[in-house]
Design a protein around this ligand. Structure first.
Ligand SMILES: [Zn+2]
Length: 301
């Protein structure tokens, strides 16, 4: 057995076929994110799947930008989101009512997670694509199905994009993910493509959670598709990185308006703003706040 990959994404193609795939594994980046907040186990697993889902979706984009996946609901878990940039920088966060997760026997702490119980009724999943250049796009679908994999498959079915299936799996240590996508190319006849798609989807369906989390990419693909002629491309690194900065925090403060920020300063000097993704602390004292609202501020554009 070869060692499983850490924080890598790899593309693969089937020769003479219009179907391609992505496979990825997260470990260090996932552990870094989990290490910042003491998430209940079910939320941690779901957060891992959101991270992997955002990475897989970013791999399907043809342009630079950020893709984010966010679910919101009225349940004990009110919001969970992950985003991934075209540099494969990932980050994630969840907001939840911690007191409801204190009892280890609560069904909320059940593994595998219970998506509907966590998010509550009328939950939605938003997929946001924010290109570096160009218009922001957002698709919102109701949360249906028991897993994030089901929700994302529904998203692709409803948004009339390319036929896509996603399989996500997380435990407290690692995350594994697999994607199959049928391209609009015409190497195969429509009937052949349809048949091949069906066949590959059924094979991928047989991958067990343990295999997805413990085997190397090559071993997973061999286990599923050894009868196919398949090419695995070199990997891309994925890492945890937060895009917050003093400038962006200052812009956010400025949006509150001078009056409100001055009032904040009367309560606490300096004002402290902590990034919700990486917990980095930004401090603004009286002089800095004055500069922030003066026209010749050197830090703002
Ligand atoms: Zn940050």
């Amino acid at each position: 057995m070869t060692k499983p990959e850490n924080d890598l994404r790899q593309r693969f193609i089937f020769d003479n076929s219009d179907i391609r795939g992505e496979i990825l594994s997260l470990q260090g980046s996932y552990q870094t994110i989990l290490g910042q907040t003491n998430y209940p186990p079910a939320i941690a697993h779901l957060l891992g799947e959101f991270l992997a889902g955002a990475c897989l979706l970013s791999a399907t984009l043809k342009f630079d930008g950020i893709i984010s996946l966010q679910a919101s609901g009225t349940g004990p878990l009110s919001m969970i989101m992950a985003d991934c940039t075209h540099h494969h920088d990932i980050r994630a966060i969840a907001h939840y009512q911690s007191e409801l997760f204190e009892n280890p026997d609560s069904s909320l702490n059940q593994i595998p997670y219970q998506l509907h119980e966590l998010l509550g009724k009328n939950a939605t999943l938003a997929v946001t694509i924010d290109p570096t250049k160009g218009e922001r796009y957002q698709g919102i679908i109701p949360v249906e199905g028991n897993t994030l994999s089901d929700c994302l498959t529904n998203y692709f079915n409803q948004s009339e994009q390319l036929p896509t299936r996603i399989w996500l799996q997380a435990d407290k240590r690692r995350v594994g993910a697999l994607l199959l996508q049928a391209l609009p190319t015409e190497l195969q006849s429509p009937e052949e493509k349809q048949q091949h798609w069906h066949h590959l989807s059924l094979l991928a369906q047989t991958l067990s959670p343990a295999e997805q989390l413990q085997l190397s990419h090559a071993e997973q693909l061999h286990r599923l598709f050894h009868e196919e002629s398949l090419r695995l491309f070199p990997p891309s690194d994925i890492r945890f990185a937060c895009s917050c900065s003093a400038e962006r925090t200052a812009t956010m403060l400025r949006a509150f308006g001078q009056q409100e920020v001055t009032a904040m300063l009367e309560d606490t000097d300096p004002i402290e703003v902590s990034c919700q993704f990486c917990h980095r602390l930004y401090r603004f004292d009286e002089d800095e706040i004055k500069r922030l609202f003066s026209h010749k501020s050197p830090t703002l554009h």
